[in-house]
Design a protein around this ligand. Structure first.
Ligand SMILES: Nc1ncnc2c1ncn2[C@@H]1O[C@H](COP(=O)(O)OP(=O)(O)OP(=O)(O)O)[C@@H](O)[C@H]1O
Ligand SMILES: [Mg+2]
Length: 312
């Protein structure tokens, strides 16, 4: 709906642009014809030397070029006003919607399904996750585990069924999905310091960053870096190992203290001993945690309240 509105505003702008081009061409041609006639007249009457014609022509190009530019810029401003207003209009309700939403602590899905553009369909079993529950989500590759998280955070849109969110008291709420702690399968790091990657540029969280890094078993690495938490993450994130990257995003999740945490294989690259410590921390927390993992031992799996296994 929003995208469509934006699209139609864009089409209108394109149309206005084309009309403007046409007008400019018309002005330019007409002006040039007038100058040509005037020049011919002056030459014929002996009032203008032939050599001057070239400079007159330059002058006309310059003059009309400038006029065209002015008309163009003004025209673009006028033509894009609708689009600019539209963008502002669209932004406002989005911002307001997020403001009004409540931090979700639990969710349920019913008859949920998603058909991709290529026709591939995923159907989910009905799932209810209670506030504070610790759930392990498993299933073979391609059964839709990651896609379920994307549907929950709004990165993917369901073709049918319902997703409901609940607060800590179990009351159904309109969610602010930005408050869901979501760790995608590929750790997303920004080209900034490790500190900023943990706090996501919120200076108020800096005092808690060290403790969160410790809980994510990152202390040893941080201590070994000369710049500590201020170590820059390079653009490709290649100066951190795969496990260290996962630890940074786990620390990010902890420092932001979400009530609902969705972790997509967030510990897959972390060594057994550190992974176990992180798991223990997560499972002791008050947060609702849904963790996707393939490589847990039987003992680790038993630490969860329950396991939901998706099948194709
Ligand atoms: N954009 C897309 N277009 C078409 N099919 C897709 C798209 N995204 C995912 N799929 C398909 O949906 C299915 C579920 O993908 P998803 O990533 O959710 O699986 P998964 O359970 O997380 O698997 P894994 O254990 O390998 O991470 C797969 O068959 C995948 O090919
Ligand atoms: Mg996946």
């Amino acid at each position: 709906m929003n995208a469509r509105e934006l699209d139609s505003a864009y089409v209108k702008q394109q149309k206005a642009d084309q009309e403007l081009d046409y007008l400019n061409q018309a002005i330019y041609s007409l002006g040039n014809t007038l100058i040509f006639l005037l020049t011919a007249y002056l030459v014929a009457r002996g009032q203008l030397e032939f050599g001057l014609i070239a400079s007159v022509n330059d002058f006309s190009l310059y003059l009309f070029g400038s006029l065209m530019n002015i008309a163009n810029y003004r025209g673009q401003l006028v033509a894009s006003r609708g689009l600019r207003e539209k963008i502002l209009d669209l932004r406002q309700p989005l911002a307001q919607a997020e403001e009004r939403g409540t931090t979700p602590a639990a969710f349920s899905v019913k008859d949920l399904r998603l058909t991709f553009a290529n026709g591939h369909e995923i159907k989910y079993p009905d799932i209810q996750i209670k506030p504070g529950e610790k759930v392990l989500l498993t299933g073979a590759n391609g059964t839709g585990k990651s896609t379920l998280f994307k549907l929950l955070v709004g990165e993917a849109v369901a073709s049918g069924g319902q997703i409901s969110f609940f607060d800590q008291a179990g009351k159904k709420v309109k969610p602010d999905r930005t408050k869901i702690g979501y760790l995608p399968q590929q750790a997303v790091l920004l080209p900034s310091s490790v500190m900023n990657n943990i706090t996501m540029f919120d200076p108020e969280l800096e005092s808690k960053a060290k403790a969160s890094a410790a809980d994510a078993q990152l202390t040893e690495a941080v201590d070994s870096w000369p710049q500590g938490l201020e170590t820059p993450v390079d653009l490709a994130g290649d100066n951190l190992s795969g496990g260290q990257k996962q630890k940074v995003v786990l620390a990010r999740a902890e420092v932001h203290d979400s009530q609902l945490l969705l972790i997509d294989e967030g510990t897959s690259a972390i060594d057994q001993a550190a992974g176990r410590k992180i798991l223990d921390k997560l499972l002791q927390s008050k947060q609702t945690v849904v963790l996707i993992a393939h490589n847990l031992t039987k003992e680790e799996r038993d630490l969860f309240d329950r396991e939901i296994k998706l099948s194709a």
